[in-house]
Design a protein around this ligand. Structure first.
Ligand SMILES: [Zn+2]
Ligand SMILES: [Zn+2]
Length: 219
């Protein structure tokens, strides 16, 4: 059975896993921002993780998961996404991620297996992010910032890094920007850093900061 890590360590494992998967550098300030802690706290926690064999530092002092760390992170990601599905029966789409952060640490291997069976081995979380091992499923979806005006598509995915900002999820839910929703791209202004879209007969602008985390399947 996998070793149990504290919720704090598991949160770092999850974030490092996502940054590494997407080939994004795990800079200390980025980790601090995303987890809502101070940069010195990040440094200390990473030191502990290096000591425990979960993380190693490269030549430019960026943390990377060791094979042990990656295995623990994959297990965490799976439990998080299964918890989201379980909670999505009771909570709105924008609330499941936050609640799942509390549940994921308590899911036993037995419950994990039962959920996978019951949910028929899901490839994606309710926000369209891939369970570890299912990255291929999302490979052809395109971030909204790269889609030209005049295109049409289906919203498929709200990236994990946006899930962590609750007001982003409730904004998107309020505008019906959710997996499965048809979307028309009316304008994409790189100089203005906005994309204007039409969803469910509503027209509105989305800034690049958020649009980079919304992925579509183009028709
Ligand atoms: Zn989530
Ligand atoms: Zn999710």
């Amino acid at each position: 059975m996998a070793e149990k890590y504290s919720p704090t360590i598991e949160n770092y494992l999850g974030l490092l896993y996502v940054l590494d998967r997407d080939s994004e550098p795990a800079v200390g300030t980025r980790i601090a921002d995303q987890l809502g802690v101070s940069p010195p706290t990040v440094t200390n926690t990473l030191k502990r993780m290096v000591r425990d064999g979960l993380v190693e530092m490269d030549a430019s002092h960026l943390p990377h998961l060791t094979p042990t760390g990656r295995e623990a992170a994959r297990s965490l990601m799976r439990r998080h996404m299964l918890a989201e599905w379980m909670l999505s029966r009771h909570l709105s789409w924008s609330k499941t991620h936050e609640e799942a952060h509390r549940f994921e640490h308590a899911i036993s291997p037995e419950l994990e297996e039962a959920l996978i069976r019951e949910l028929k081995s899901p490839a994606l979380c309710p926000h369209g992010n891939p369970l570890p091992g299912y990255e291929d499923v999302v490979a052809n979806w395109i971030p909204l910032i790269k889609i030209q005006a005049g295109s049409k598509g289906i919203v498929r995915r709200i990236h994990e890094l946006a899930e962590d900002t609750p007001h982003v999820l409730s904004f998107l839910e309020g505008k019906k920007v959710e997996p499965g929703a048809p979307m028309k791209i009316l304008e994409n202004l790189s100089f203005n850093q906005t994309v204007t879209v039409e969803v469910a007969s509503n027209t509105f602008a989305i800034g690049y900061a958020m649009a980079r985390y919304i992925f579509l399947e183009i028709e």
